[in-house]
Write a protein that binds this ligand. Sequence first.
Ligand code: NAD
Length: 448
Amino acid sequence: MEIQEIVSKQKEFFNTQKTKNLKFRKMYLEKLRYLILENENLLNEAIYKDFGKSKFDTFTTEISFILKDINFYLKNLNALAKPKKVRTNLSNQIGNSKIHSNPLGCILVIGAWNYPYQLSLSPIIAALAAGNCCILKPSEIAENTMKAMSKIINENFPPEYLYVYEGGIDETTELLKLKFDKIFFTGSTKVGKIIYKAAAEHLTPVTLELGGKSPVIITKDANLEVAAKRIIWGKFLNAGQTCVAPDYLLVEESIQEQFLEMLRNQIKEFKYEPDSEQYTRIINQKNFQRLIKLIDKEKIYFGGNYNEEKLYIEPTILTNITWEDDVMQEEIFGPILPVISFKSFNQTVNYLIELEKPLSAYLFTNNSEEKESFKQKLSFGGGCINDVVMHLGNDNLPFGGVGSSGMGNYHGKFGFETFSHQKPVLEKATWGEPNIKYPPYSEKKLSW
Ligand code: NAD
């Protein structure tokens, strides 16, 4: 079947109203959970082939994430889907007002390669929970994971309900000509703009989960040991190929030397060695070449070695970095960590205000004024104080960008809302109505 035909079949199927039934939604969420557990080996092998991601990392950052999402919606679906009663104003008496969470229809989810399962399936799970039909277009860059998802889903789900469409830029361009009820895109800001333009042709709403340069500020009032451990973990997880990874560090000058030493020791302790199965590889040659060009040999504080054949880049720390250096011009998206030192916290915050709004920002300090300033002055998608990355794991927090790092959000109840229309319905009684709104009008009615 051609993709155009599948999309039109999904629209027909949506109109049968079957997906609005909560039992139907739960049945397919349970089926997806079963398929993921049943095919865990296949999923692990595919991601290892794509970029050497370990079984442990795959479980903690991909599989467990997806299972958690399915379990959340299975548990909370009745409450989420239940119409919410709200107050009815005086002029609408006698009546009652409710907000109904209505599915949008046929959704297109376009995934990124860096967490190929999580970033493709997490929005799909929220969209199905909200009662939609979906087309998933995973990233072709992680080819094996794309094929694994397509095999598992297309062999077990009716295409008029959920279908995985394999392809790259050409296929996505064709797909974008079709009319969807929502497009949910995860990827770069550059491609996000292409998606937004194509969606505008059909007035299709979008959620854009994009990237950016996420800063980490470390002040002299921080617990440095904790900061070093958490930053090194968050930066080198997935070899830095994480949208919310610390992109660069801003370290208060007086503690820089001591802190750099701690960072170096922490990397050694984590044993990210060339043959370690625990350390992920770079996704492909193109990204590998892009990254090694960012390693300025004069500025290496730690690491800097790489192996082209294995697509391995050692965790690398660069110092004496200025805002003009190449490594500071674009999102790094790899295991290179530039460090810039600062003297004044306030000046640094004021400088960051002027930059593009990042997907995340992080602050390590125990100083309450600095914490307040960080929360109030800076605009970023989401972030942490005294940690990195972990805000993404709390489903009670919406996850998404702002400005050039994206629009809209998901996770937990926010994901359900992202794929629903909040439809207000006022229901009136056919008795007890004041006649004041109807003509003929009179002075007496106005003075009431
Ligand atoms: P990308 O933008 O290159 O690709 C994303 C998707 O867009 C892929 O499915 C790809 O096939 C498609 N695509 C690529 N070029 C296209 C074009 N010209 N027309 C139509 N479709 C096209 O991004 P990527 O390399 O897969 O991911 C890296 C980027 O994604 C980084 O910037 C990262 O920060 C960001 N990201 C954001 C999040 C988030 O949740 N906010 C998560 C992961 C990655």
